[in-house]
Design a protein. Structure first.
Length: 78
Protein backbone atom coordinates (compact mmCIF):
# COMPACT_ATOMS: atom_id res chain seq x y z
CA UNK A 1 0.00 0.00 0.00
CA UNK A 2 1.04 3.57 -0.58
CA UNK A 3 0.15 6.30 1.88
CA UNK A 4 -2.10 6.04 4.93
CA UNK A 5 -4.48 8.64 6.45
CA UNK A 6 -4.72 9.80 10.05
CA UNK A 7 -8.04 9.21 11.86
CA UNK A 8 -9.18 10.72 15.16
CA UNK A 9 -10.48 8.44 17.87
CA UNK A 10 -13.31 9.36 20.23
CA UNK A 11 -10.93 10.31 23.03
CA UNK A 12 -9.17 12.89 20.80
CA UNK A 13 -6.07 10.85 19.99
CA UNK A 14 -5.12 10.00 16.43
CA UNK A 15 -4.22 6.71 14.79
CA UNK A 16 -3.43 5.44 11.31
CA UNK A 17 -6.55 4.76 9.29
CA UNK A 18 -7.33 2.01 6.82
CA UNK A 19 -7.96 4.37 3.91
CA UNK A 20 -9.01 7.84 2.80
CA UNK A 21 -12.68 8.86 2.74
CA UNK A 22 -14.52 9.59 -0.49
CA UNK A 23 -14.88 13.22 0.57
CA UNK A 24 -11.12 13.63 0.98
CA UNK A 25 -10.50 12.12 -2.45
CA UNK A 26 -13.18 14.34 -4.00
CA UNK A 27 -11.61 17.39 -2.36
CA UNK A 28 -8.29 16.65 -4.10
CA UNK A 29 -9.96 15.79 -7.42
CA UNK A 30 -9.40 12.03 -7.56
CA UNK A 31 -12.09 9.46 -8.29
CA UNK A 32 -12.05 5.98 -6.78
CA UNK A 33 -10.67 4.23 -9.88
CA UNK A 34 -7.75 6.66 -10.10
CA UNK A 35 -7.05 6.22 -6.39
CA UNK A 36 -6.84 2.47 -6.75
CA UNK A 37 -4.47 2.81 -9.74
CA UNK A 38 -2.25 5.12 -7.67
CA UNK A 39 -2.19 2.63 -4.74
CA UNK A 40 -4.23 4.94 -2.48
CA UNK A 41 -6.40 3.02 -0.03
CA UNK A 42 -10.10 3.91 0.22
CA UNK A 43 -12.21 3.37 3.34
CA UNK A 44 -15.86 3.36 2.26
CA UNK A 45 -17.10 3.48 5.88
CA UNK A 46 -15.44 6.81 6.71
CA UNK A 47 -17.43 10.00 6.17
CA UNK A 48 -15.13 12.60 7.76
CA UNK A 49 -12.75 14.94 5.98
CA UNK A 50 -9.53 15.89 7.78
CA UNK A 51 -7.38 18.72 6.45
CA UNK A 52 -4.22 16.80 7.32
CA UNK A 53 -5.28 13.94 5.04
CA UNK A 54 -6.11 16.33 2.20
CA UNK A 55 -2.64 17.91 2.53
CA UNK A 56 -1.07 14.44 2.52
CA UNK A 57 -2.92 13.49 -0.66
CA UNK A 58 -1.94 16.73 -2.41
CA UNK A 59 1.73 16.21 -1.53
CA UNK A 60 1.59 12.61 -2.73
CA UNK A 61 0.08 13.69 -6.06
CA UNK A 62 2.69 16.44 -6.50
CA UNK A 63 5.46 13.90 -5.97
CA UNK A 64 3.80 11.45 -8.34
CA UNK A 65 3.37 14.04 -11.10
CA UNK A 66 6.96 15.28 -10.80
CA UNK A 67 8.38 11.76 -10.96
CA UNK A 68 6.18 10.92 -13.93
CA UNK A 69 7.51 13.69 -16.17
CA UNK A 70 10.65 12.55 -17.93
CA UNK A 71 13.03 14.04 -20.40
CA UNK A 72 12.68 12.85 -23.97
CA UNK A 73 15.49 10.78 -25.37
CA UNK A 74 17.62 12.22 -28.10
CA UNK A 75 18.06 10.23 -31.28
CA UNK A 76 21.42 8.66 -31.87
CA UNK A 77 23.61 10.06 -34.59
CA UNK A 78 24.47 7.67 -37.34
Amino acid sequence: MGIRPVVQKKDGRTKNGKGFSRGELREVGIDSKQALRLAIAIDLRRRTKHEENIRTLKQHLQGFKSSKTRKKRQKRAG
